[in-house]
Ligand binder design. Structure first.
Ligand code: PHE
Ligand code: ZN
Length: 850
């Protein structure tokens, strides 16, 4: 009953629902092991249906009884749901089922987290609550009654009535079941309000369990109000209920969930105080609050027809939260951050066995497609569209999208059509971005003669699983030309490349220019451009485009790291001087300088080596990275203390971009300084820190030089009571352990009394920490592979979704040597051979094994 046979679902098989739902009434009689769910659902035949079959999804439900129009029925029950020969006319279906929230460790459906009931229904969790057509194109108005002896009982929409031990809620907006939510617990709210521009007063609450988290709610509330104002100003979108609730839960598979009027957040994605959260946490929380809030229009008011269209809501909502963060903080820094994330996660996905298009055309388990490709590449596709049509037409197209599709379950075709209708463009070729997987390589050749500069561009996308041949894409390529003094002779121009090979000319120049190509990362491609290091250093010093300025430094560093690995090269003074010049340039934003100082990751170097035809050795890469850091520290020796002192922030802590940038640069400098002073400055910063950014930055600097034993203990003594802070403590030790001790460190932490396999944050702290310790995870002993496999096998029966996400740690395995590949294969086959393996993990391990 538990694991229905895996079935592949195809986009091309979509058929409309046989029945539509007009209204849903749910009654919950809460009990930890015996919650009764009583449903009353008004169905009517769908005039557009192609089938008349009445089928309701249902999973892990104890069937008590069902009726149609008041008469008891005996439906066909299976592991997937309920079938019945229902009337071909409107009728009322009623059912009663029993479920057991306290034993539901999958964290999908209705479950318990530290005494509190909560739900997670996206994508297909509602079927674990009651029998229902659990698909996003069935939208209905929900009325919910909750009975339970807990003080706070919440659901979507507005409260309609309540009494001792019960509450009733009504959500006037028709919604798919995946947006349903219920929360019940002993909770306390931070309350505030926001008045929309048309004068509607909206009550806002952030709910936590009492006992420590109360002081961590204020920042999230400010972020929520900023998000509400921003969506009105920039997209003209107002909130549409009188109440907006956010609830923090400790056990959650993802970051947060946009349930209508009742967002549920992983505590780590909403709770923050200066003492317990880093600047990066604050920024992430602001972005996630915005993201979930923005879903109210892009996701909830306009939802997806089916789960293949997931990027319709996710790509757009990520794009919107990126714009928001840029507006709140720095566009340049945000663009660099986003490109780093895309390259680290999405390019990685494209390069391995898990590659898939932004809109996949088949899946077994939809949970496995909440990926960097759907989210982050999905957002890039929207950014390209905006660049191609221009800001004004983008705004018009979005207005048309909201006008035309409000209340719809829409498709990517609908989305593209509004752009075609507004601009008159034919977007058929552009649409390939949604169906074609893989990262395009853009090869650049240049020539110059008689005042004319020519760019010869070639695009090519390598094959991905199931897609051997690729077609040319529409690439918006932002280019600027600089003269030898660093002055811009051709300002940023967007070239529209549509062919596999294309040449673009710039005439009337007085000398050979230096080209700055793919400014602001105008398309999610890999640029192959045989520039000299002198040209790169020139761009690092002079480019007016901050993204390309940073990227020039990045490419220089990557090139150097590869030469150090392959040819035993030593760091050249040209590179080191270029870095020093940026570091010392006080006119530059400290956040930007911190980014330039940050080297590519060991993972980046491994991929770059593989792309260049080498077999990367994680141990060698680790050595080389450490060596380069030491060289940089020595070269900058005289400058580091001054910059560190300059980065001192006066006054009380605020998480704003400006002081955060200073702390980021201060911590980057401290890490280098520690290589020279044996950790003296870091120990001092640790001892005097009054905020988590500096406390953790110091601890990281110490662990990186294999010191900090006492500080780790002091940290645990200080923060043992705080789950979110202790997650950092668990993660840091594993991620920074010396390679030969990484697996042993992780294993030791799994027997720590505070390790809890059922808590995804804690599991991710330890095993996500292991995964990012590239040299440790890939240590030639295979200990990292074996340990992760052991724990994934243990986690799978409890929480398939998190297991299936964590198994992606293995997705780069084909780039390594035969011995490592053999060890990984053994680990993967051991997982694959586990009896009763979940469908989620089974799909992933099958794809990984190819
Ligand atoms: N829809 C959520 C978001 O993007 C993510 C999510 C997916 C959360 C599935 C839980 C389960 O904000
Ligand atoms: Zn989302």
């Amino acid at each position: 009953m538990k694991n229905p046979a895996p079935q592949t679902i195809y986009l091309s098989d979509y058929t409309p629902p046989a029945y539509l739902v007009d209204s849903v009434h749910l009654t919950f009689k809460l009990g930890a092991t015996d919650t009764r769910v009583i449903s009353r659902i008004a169905f009517r035949p769908n005039p557009d249906a192609t089938s008349k079959e009445f089928f309701l999804h249902g999973q892990d439900l104890r069937f008590i009884g069902a009726r149609i129009d008041g008469a008891p029925i005996t439906p066909d029950l299976s592991a997937e749901g309920l079938r019945y020969n229902a009337p071909d006319a409107p009728f009322v279906f009623e059912a009663e089922v029993e479920i057991s929230p306290s034993t539901n460790t999958s964290l999908e459906g209705l479950y318990m987290s530290n005494g509190m009931y909560c739900t997670q229904c996206e994508a297909e969790g509602f079927r674990k609550i009651t029998y229902y057509p659990d698909r996003p194109d069935v939208m209905a108005v929900f009325t919910v009654r909750i009975e339970g002896d807990l003080p706070v009982l919440l659901s979507n929409g507005n409260p309609v009535a309540q009494g001792e031990g019960w509450a009733e809620w009504h959500d006037p907006w028709p919604k798919p079941a995946y947006l349903f939510a219920l929360v019940a617990g002993d909770l306390v709210a931070l309350s505030d309000s926001f008045t929309t521009r048309s004068g509607r007063k909206v009550d806002l609450n952030i709910w936590v369990r009492p006992g420590g988290d109360e002081a961590k709610r204020a920042f999230g509330m400010e972020a929520l109000k900023k998000s509400m104002a921003w969506d009105e100003e920039v997209y003209g979108r107002e909130y549409d209920l009188d109440l907006f609730n956010i609830v923090a839960v400790d056990d959650f598979n993802m970051g947060a969930m946009e349930n209508k009027g009742l967002n549920i957040f992983n505590a780590s994605a909403v709770l923050a105080s200066p003492e317990t959260a880093t600047d990066a946490d604050f920024e992430r929380i602001e972005a996630i609050i915005a993201h979930e809030y923005f879903h109210n229009w892009t996701g909830n008011r306009i939802t997806c027809r089916d789960w293949f269209q997931l990027c319709l809501k996710e790509g757009l909502t990520v794009f919107r939260d990126q714009q928001f963060t840029g507006d709140m903080r720095s566009h340049a820094v945000k663009r660099i951050d986003d490109a780093m994330v895309l390259r680290a996660h999405q390019f990685r996905e494209d390069n391995g066995p898990l590659a898939h298009p932004v809109r996949p055309d088949s899946f077994v388990e939809i949970n496995n497609f909440y990926t960097a490709t759907v989210y982050e590449k999905g957002a890039e596709v929207i950014g390209m569209l905006k660049l191609l049509v221009g800001d004004a037409d983008y705004a018009k197209a979005l207005d048309l999208y909201f006008d035309r599709h409000d209340g719809d379950a829409a498709t990517i075709e609908d989305w593209l059509r509004v752009f075609e209708d507004v601009t008159g463009r034919d977007l058929r070729q552009f649409a390939r971005w949604y169906s074609q997987a893989g990262t395009p390589r853009l090869t650049v050749n240049e020539s110059y003669a008689d005042g004319t500069y020519q760019l010869h561009l070639r695009q090519e996308t390598p094959p991905t699983p199931g897609q051997d041949t690729k077609k040319p894409l529409v690439l918006p390529i932002a280019v600027g030309l600089l003269n030898e003094n660093g002055a811009e002779v051709v300002p940023t121009t967007v070239l529209e490349m549509t062919q596999a090979e294309q040449t673009f000319s710039f005439a009337g120049l007085s000398g050979k220019p230096t080209a700055s190509i793919l400014r602001n990362f105008s398309a999610p491609v890999i640029v192959k451009h045989d520039k000299t290091n002198a040209e790169r250093a020139f761009l690092l010093a002079h480019d007016t485009d901050p993204f390309n300025r940073w990227d020039a430094g990045r490419t220089l560093a990557q090139d150097l790291l590869m030469r150090m690995v392959c040819d035993n090269a030593t760091p050249d003074t040209g590179f080191l001087n270029g870095l020093a010049a940026v570091l010392r340039d006080d006119t530059l934003d400290p956040a930007f300088r911190a980014l330039v100082l940050r080297l590519p990751s060991e993972e980046d170097t491994a991929q770059a080596l593989f792309d260049a035809g080498h077999t990367p050795d994680p141990a060698v890469i680790n050595d080389v990275h450490e060596t380069l850091k030491l060289h940089i520290a020595q070269h900058l020796q005289d400058t580091l203390p001054r910059i560190y002192a300059d980065m001192t922030v006066e006054g009380p802590y605020t998480p704003d971009a400006e002081p955060a940038g200073k702390r980021a640069l201060g911590n980057a400098v401290l890490a280098l300084q520690s290589k020279l002073d044996g950790g003296k400055a870091a120990a001092q910063q640790f001892a005097s820190a009054d905020n988590m950014t500096q406390q953790l930055g110091a601890l990281r600097a110490l662990l990186q030089i294999a010191k900090g034993e006492n500080e780790l203990a002091a940290f645990a003594a200080q923060w043992g009571h705080d789950r979110l802070v202790m997650d950092k403590w668990f993660a840091l030790q594993v991620s920074l352990a010396p390679a030969d001790q990484a697996a042993a460190t992780a294993e030791r932490l799994t027997v720590h009394p505070d390790f809890d396999i059922k808590n995804p944050n804690r599991f991710r702290a330890v095993f996500g920490g292991l995964r990012v310790n590239t040299a440790g995870f890939h240590h030639r002993s295979g200990a990292g592979y074996n340990l992760l496999a052991d724990w994934l096998i243990r986690l799978d029966p409890l929480n398939p979704q998190t297991t299936a996400r964590m198994i992606t740690a293995f997705d780069t395995w084909k780039r390594y040597d035969m011995e490592r590949q053999r060890k990984i294969r053994v680990a993967l086959e051991r997982i694959a051979g586990t009896s009763g393996l979940s469908g989620d993990t089974n799909e992933m391990v099958t794809r990984l094994l190819g």
